[in-house]
Ligand binder design. Sequence first.
Ligand code: MN
Ligand code: MN
Length: 469
Amino acid sequence: MENNKEKSPAELLTEKLLSDKKNGVLRISGEELDAADKFCEDYKYFLDKAKTEREAVSLSTAMAEKAGFERFEEGKKYSAGDKFYFVNRDKAVILTVMGKKDLGSGIRLAAAHIDSPRLDLKQNPLYEDKELCLFKTHYYGGIKKYQWTTVPMSLHGVIVKSNGEKITVNIGEDPEDPVFCVTDLLPHLADAQMKRPAPQLVKGEELNLLIGSRPFKDDKISNKVKLSIMAILNEKYDIVEDDFISAELEAVPAFKARDIGFDRSMVGSYGQDDRVCAYTALKAILDCKDPENTCMTVLTDKEETGSDGNTGLNSSYLPYFISNLAAVYGLEGRNVMSASECLSADVNAAVDPTFSEPFEIRNASQINYGVVATKFTGSRGKSGTSDASAEFVGRIRRLFDKNNVIWQTGELGKVDGGGGGTVAQYIANLDLDVIDVGVPVLSMHAPFEVTSKLDTYMAYKAFSVFFAD
Ligand code: MN
Ligand code: MN
């Protein structure tokens, strides 16, 4: 309600000069909030069906084909409006919509990652101890290891047999499936464990996955439980123990994405870093119609381990792809990249009311304040970062404001309080203009991460207006 009384000069000057941060819920219409809630119903489905990079690639390409995208053909001359996708080793995908303008005028790129922290099986994982059967694991990404015990886990991935045949594994997601778990010590006997420093409260070699307990009924052999589990695996997947050597099996939390709060305003799920940006960037490219510039969404692997490896963005698969596309039009890939802009679509840390100390509140991102634009990440004196230029931040600021995108700025914690990075630096190193734009997350890298539906929808809107601009 507007106050009829005349405003004082100080009030008017405050309005004119000072920043006025407001909760996004107070800034958007009821209809748009409903649209955000509706948008997140499909998002939750994506979270449940795409828990690993391989599953995210196969679901994304299926959604893309439904939206009229075709598999990329090297050397083909595509025209404005053509839509296609390129898959890298089943773990990363680049989706493209050709623009009306010449490719030389640059690409609008959104880059998100589809790998998340988890427990990978080791190459010799299977063993029996105290007549229980377990898998040895090696954690992937940065985790607080104690959070990953006593959580129901499912197994996802592939096993390549000695004859080259590839078996796909997904067990623990169907309500009829069994699940697995890492055990932890009862508090009654944990006196010594509880005195360990937190990083060693549960040690890496203690993240062993419980997978069976019934021995084979035969006195002639030892390791009877191991044999009976291997017999079950052999029956189900037609594999032998040595086949684990050429397998990639990932243990992830088995629970489903859920609404959080009496108001259902948030989503809780495994893997929202960075599927919240992967899904929104994917939806934005699938919905992208007749753009001026060519638009691309890349969903990449290996961000959580530093982006190295041939499916990570510190490798050459993205510049090679752009160069191959450019060559068809007689252009140099590097010139196309130099003219291009990128939103590095990754999450930021939302202020946690219970653990607010590490945040610098004037610059931290908050739940429901919209999508976060993060000028720089890194640690210490801005080490290991791409620091977006004032010019590019200014351009993105104008773009979001013009299109009523609810957005906020963010910085990852207090100076010298820790830090982290994204793929932004690797893309910036290719000579593109890049800024991090993503969703604030609570409990990041935990088995159950929290986002706001409003912020998620605003990320979709941000990527969409970037493509349409
Ligand atoms: Mn991330
Ligand atoms: Mn992460």
